[in-house]
Design a protein around this ligand. Structure first.
Ligand code: UDP
Length: 353
């Protein structure tokens, strides 16, 4: 069996690390990786392939740094050419980026079955490009691998046939368990001289592309007076410069870091504040309370369990969430499966289940 995997952005490399590693146990399955180049620099792409042992992509496209339409269109055209050459039995896509949608669209037009890992998530906010990518990809996929029963319900409400939906757990739990054993303290950490710190990430367009929201978030971080480490996504760096904003002095900005260092910070911080989907779950996997800089989340189970609080970009809410010592202990570790998601997916694809 030949699987062609399309990926292109940081969270997809991280998920691919678990799936591709599990695939190595199956000599009857060949995986061909297409990297669309949506994220392309050393610290947003190469570092993950190097330190997580992800197989080298056979195809490296250059579609990054463009508008959504131009990027998705170019990806569609180039992936179609590759599919015609490679003739895979299945196209595999992850998550909710333009690369996800382009891979799925290219496949369905050639009648190649599609597997979508992390299907069924919804923010119910159609202003988010990710939401559009998810809805459209789910509608045309043949195997919808969902992390939770809430995600399954979302798909059933959209009329998707139950026989295509597989509740397999969250593949990022597989990743979190495996790499916790291999985490690495960042070389710059000791020089910061911090006893305790909060870990923060900000990258989502709804926050970065809105001057008021971004400056309110920075204000909330400042008002908390807590020591905060912020590995900053290139998009956010660009917007802070463009808007002429000043990062407060209690916030230590560092370049984006590799996954092994990120896990070390997640395991050793007091609290996590983020607008990232993946980081919200990693907070839970590493027993940390999470403050989410969004009005809604796809990971509703964590909010309903009291492990995650949504504060949007309201500076007062951010401040109070960060100064409050959380007494929510993570008691239920089974919300997103048992860490065998990659294996569950492969068994469903090969018909072993
Ligand atoms: N991440 C990382 N280094 C960083 C920031 C994030 O390795 O400097 C990891 C993080 O641990 C998570 C993934 O990147 O696994 C999340 O990606 P991102 O926040 O870009 O996307 P999202 O999850 O929101 O789609």
């Amino acid at each position: 069996m030949k699987i062609l995997t399309v990926l292109g952005a940081r969270p997809q490399f991280i998920k691919a690390a678990a799936f591709s590693r599990a695939l190595q146990q199956y000599s009857n399955i060949q995986e061909v990786i297409v990297h669309t180049g949506q994220h392309y620099d050393q610290n947003m792409s190469d570092v993950f392939f190097e330190e997580m042992g992800i197989p080298k992509p056979k195809y490296m496209l250059q579609t990054g740094g463009k508008s959504h339409g131009a990027m998705t269109g170019q990806q569609l055209e180039k992936i179609e050419e590759i599919l015609l050459d490679e003739k895979p039995d299945l196209v595999l896509v992850y998550g909710d980026t333009n690369s996800t949608l382009a891979g799925a669209l290219a496949a369905i037009k050639l009648h190649i079955p599609i597997a979508h890992i992390e299907a069924g998530l919804r923010s119910f906010n159609r202003q988010m490009p990710e939401e559009i990518n998810r809805i459209l990809t789910d509608q045309i996929s043949n195997y919808l691998f969902v992390p939770s029963s809430d995600a399954k319900q979302n798909l059933l409400h959209e009329g998707i046939d139950e026989s295509k939906i597989f509740v397999v757990g969250d593949i990022m739990f597989d990743v979190a368990l495996y790499y916790k054993e291999r985490m690495v303290k960042p070389s710059w950490f000791d020089a910061l001289n911090l006893e305790k710190f909060i870990l923060c990430t900000i990258h989502r367009a709804e926050n970065t592309d809105d001057l008021t929201k971004l400056s309110n978030i920075l204000e909330g971080l400042e008002l908390s007076r807590r020591d905060i480490i912020l590995p900053l996504h290139p998009r956010t760096v660009g917007k802070i410069k463009q808007y002429g904003l000043i990062v407060p002095s209690n916030v230590r900005v560092v370049d984006p870091i590799g996954y092994l260092e990120m896990v070390w910070l997640e395991v050793n911080c007091e609290l996590i504040v983020t607008d990232s989907g993946g980081v919200q779950k990693e907070a839970y996997f590493h027993d940390k309370y999470c403050v989410t800089l969004r009005e809604e989340t796809e990971w509703v189970e964590l909010v309903n369990s009291g492990y995650n609080t949504l504060v949007g970009s309201n500076s007062e809410l951010i401040k109070s969430a960060l100064v409050r010592q959380s007494d929510s202990k993570i008691l239920d570790k089974s919300i997103y499966g048992n860490g065998n998601t990659a294996e569950n997916i492969i068994k469903n694809i090969t018909g072993e289940c």
